[in-house]
Design a protein around this ligand. Structure first.
Ligand code: ATP
Length: 311
């Protein structure tokens, strides 16, 4: 028996980063936006005694760990443990299109997809609230990959409030060579704040909140207003660690993108275009610029992890 789940990548249209908390995390005001660029995870019942096994295909497959640290494998084990299942013999195949360590929550997406795929394969019918709790245990970005659409994430990003959104938006993602470590980018953000003299602690940095102009743009389906409101507090840190990203952002803007920002912790750069043709033109110009490894035109918002096929 086999179940295939399709799961979206995310771009943060707003990523407000508060000060460093005593527990090592930062408070975030995180507006997640799910895009059609996504992975597929296929779960197949394994031979008894084989446990959880993994395989991966796609341009970044070599960078995906196929051991116990893979979020898809951890998700399968967590779901099995929650239901007290003795046997967790399942093979998970990841068809990977989301750039690895690219700031698009690809690992989190695979974790969410594996929860949904194994739930269906094992016939568990786990209530969505429970799946969301298990997802939050796996990582801050995993619940959003289950929900999709557009949502405001608070806390570490795991407390989600779906947001009203009108229309469809056209995006381009410029994939960089090599990834950036999310913890390293947060550390660089703290360092830059210290260097600027503003301080980096949660008593010194204001707690971030969702930008009303951004929320209104989404609700109105106004791509130009959304483009003007795009913000990412991690962008200076990502640019500091990877100065070449400035040229990528410039190339997309010069090619007609109406908005540009680093996606999450980077190094993927995200561009908003006014329509599908403009997105294709921006992607072609980015490829020709030589300032990125690949460029993909896509759209959103799209739903969260969902079963597409099973037999
Ligand atoms: P985020 O935006 O959530 O910070 P990211 O998109 O920058 O994450 P991921 O693609 O999730 O980064 O990968 C981060 C690291 O997670 C990888 O370098 C890899 O070691 C590990 N990892 C674990 N499981 C997976 C997976 N299924 N796919 C990709 N990376 C994974």
């Amino acid at each position: 028996m086999t179940v295939t789940v399709r799961v979206p990548a995310k771009v943060n249209v707003q990523l407000g980063v508060g000060g460093l908390r005593a527990d090592g995390f930062h408070d975030l005001a995180n507006v997640f936006f799910a895009v059609a660029l996504g992975d597929e995870v296929t779960a197949t019942a394994g031979e008894p005694g084989t446990g959880v096994t993994l395989s991966c295909t796609g341009p970044d497959a070599d960078a995906v760990p196929l051991d116990d640290s893979n979020l898809a494998a951890r998700a399968a084990r967590l779901l099995a443990a929650h239901h007290g299942l003795a046997a967790t013999d399942v093979h998970l195949h990841i068809a990977k299109a989301i750039p690895v360590a690219g700031g698009m929550a690809g690992g989190s997406a695979d974790g969410a997809a594996a929860l949904v795929a194994c739930d269906a394969l094992w016939g568990l019918g786990t209530p969505v609230e429970v799946l969301l709790e298990l997802a939050a245990e796996l990582g801050s970005d995993v619940p959003f990959a289950l929900v999709g659409g557009v949502a405001l994430g608070r806390g570490r990003g795991e407390i989600l409030e779906p947001l009203p959104v009108a229309g469809s938006y056209h995006w381009v993602f410029a994939v960089a060579d090599g990834g950036l470590s999310t913890p390293a980018v947060f550390r660089e953000c703290d360092r830059l704040r210290e260097e600027a003299g503003t301080g980096s602690g949660d008593t010194e940095v204001a707690t971030p909140d969702a930008d009303p102009a951004l929320l209104a743009a989404l609700a109105d389906g106004d791509a130009v207003a959304l483009a003007a409101a795009l913000t990412n507090d991690l962008q200076p840190a990502a640019l500091s660690l990877r100065p070449a990203l400035a040229a990528t952002l410039r190339a997309g803007t010069e090619a007609g993108a109406i908005g540009a920002l680093v996606s999450g912790s980077g190094p993927t750069c995200a561009f908003l275009a006014k329509d599908a043709d403009a997105a294709e033109a921006v992607a072609a110009a980015l490829r020709a610029s030589g300032s990125c490894r690949a460029a993909h035109a896509t759209y959103g918002p799209v739903p969260g992890a969902a079963v597409t096929a099973g037999e």
